[in-house]
Write a protein that binds this ligand. Structure first.
Ligand code: SF4
Length: 292
């Protein structure tokens, strides 16, 4: 049986940057606070915990003083920076440059659309760290849209600027923006502005076609990802669409021998938050399975 690890899977540059920054500080100081999971992968978080990384939440941050805290790739709302200033906390900002650019764009859009009494829409998942950071740029006024049902929150008689969380599916974004266009056209009000901002991260959307190809080339696909990873869910669905023998696992213990009977080739791939070492562990474990 041939087992291949997809060369395009694994950490994106945003995650690599945050982890390198954490590792450097941990080497020097032995301890570092990180606001939220540094990466949506429990196994990698466990590895960094063992080096001294302490994951904290926003309540903890308010109680801390005179220390150093890492901001992960998802970015943070302005409130976090204000708390740090007040509590003499040094922030090590590992916000991904792609997210920072989007924060800047949505802030600018918010200021513009306020002047014409319009609305900012954000296509994403309510409560996701990146979405919280983006909402903060609009004083919490952006309307978060998860799916078509959420369009009931929108007033189609007002102008609209729409942005997407970086890790959403390009097809899903296209579908929702087309639906909004239709509804605006339905109002027959020619004075309305409707601007769709392309804010998807190419590190994720660029992987989709490669993963689809990879899924076609293998009998079985083992997709390795943390369960909380948005892009993990999205990319796994792309694999599943191409190859119904695709399985989502977070760790080697979830492998099932039954999946591999009759398989001549197995492809291992993952999300932008999946460490290479974990995919290699999965490869080793498959090789050790008692397959006939
Ligand atoms: S997926 Fe894209 S936006 Fe998110 S951390 Fe990676 S590079 Fe940055």
């Amino acid at each position: 049986m041939r087992i291949t690890i997809d060369n395009y899977s694994g950490f994106c540059f945003g995650v690599v940057y945050a982890i390198q920054m954490a590792e450097e500080i941990l080497k020097k100081k032995g301890v570092l606070y990180c606001l939220g999971d540094i990466v949506h992968n429990d196994k990698e978080v466990d590895r960094l915990n063992s080096l001294g990384l302490k994951i904290i939440n926003h309540k903890d941050l308010k109680k801390l003083k005179d220390c150093t805290v890492l901001i992960r790739a998802h970015g943070e709302p302005p409130e976090t920076y204000n708390i740090a200033l007040k509590n003499n906390i040094e922030l090590l900002d590992a916000s991904c440059p792609v997210v920072l650019k989007l924060q800047h764009q949505i802030k600018e859009g918010y200021e513009k659309i306020k002047s014409i009494d319009g609305q900012i829409l954000l296509f994403g998942k309510e409560g996701h760290a990146e979405v919280i950071g983006l909402l903060g740029q609009t004083k919490g006024e952006a309307i978060v849209i998860k799916n078509e049902a959420d369009l009931k929150k929108v007033d189609f008689n007002k102008s609209i600027y729409i942005y997407s969380q970086t890790t959403k599916s390009p097809q899903a974004y296209e579908d929702i923006t087309q639906e909004i266009k239709k509804r605006i056209q339905g109002t027959k009000n020619k004075d309305l502005q409707y601007i769709v901002h392309d804010t998807l991260c190419r590190q994720v959307s660029g992987r989709e076609p490669q993963l689809k190809q990879f899924s076609k080339e293998n009998d079985i696909i083992i997709f390795v990802s943390g369960k909380k990873s948005s892009n993990g869910k999205m990319l796994f669905q792309s694999c599943k669409d191409e190859n119904e023998n695709s399985y989502f696992i977070s760790d080697v213990g979830e492998l099932d021998e039954k999946w591999f009977s009759n398989a001549k080739s197995v492809g291992i791939c993952g999300a932008t938050s999946t460490p290479r070492w974990l995919m290699e562990n999965v490869q080793d474990s498959i090789m050790k399975l008692n397959l006939t």
